[in-house]
Design a protein around this ligand. Structure first.
Ligand code: FES
Length: 123
């Protein structure tokens, strides 16, 4: 039997969706740097209309993906031009190298892009 709303535990910051940008402010394929739960991330509207969120730090060698180029659903890192698929997080070039890009859940609530980004372990 579910607990009544009054005594149900509130969601923790780790699982909360945090508003980070107005949906209407996102231009297609323009990365937007955001900070939530002490982490730097990027949100973007893709060509097909999907809104995505991913870690700002490139898993290859810590390049800044907020300065990256987004093309056909992939982000290209400005440091060594590795490409990461924003649907899967996999490194699309060079395939099999570069690790996996962390992506975050996104919800649109009353015109706001909200992301769920876990706090860092040391937070
Ligand atoms: S740091 Fe991003 S490709 Fe090397």
């Amino acid at each position: 039997m579910p607990l009544p709303e009054r005594i149900r535990p509130m969601s923790t910051a780790e699982d909360a969706f945090i508003p980070v940008a107005a949906l209407d402010d996102l231009e297609p394929n323009e990365p937007r740097h955001v900070v939530a739960n002490g982490r730097h991330a990027v949100v973007a509207r893709l060509d097909d209309g999907r809104i995505v969120a991913f870690d700002m730090v490139c898993p290859h060698a810590m390049g800044n993906l907020a300065d990256g180029l987004i093309v056909r659903g992939q982000v290209i890192c400005p440091m060594h031009h590795y490409r990461y698929d924003l649907g899967s997080g996999e490194c699309a070039w060079p395939r099999g190298e570069g690790g996996r890009l962390a992506r975050y859940a996104v919800e649109i609530r009353t015109g706001q892009v909200c992301v769920r980004i876990p706090k860092p372990a040391w937070w």
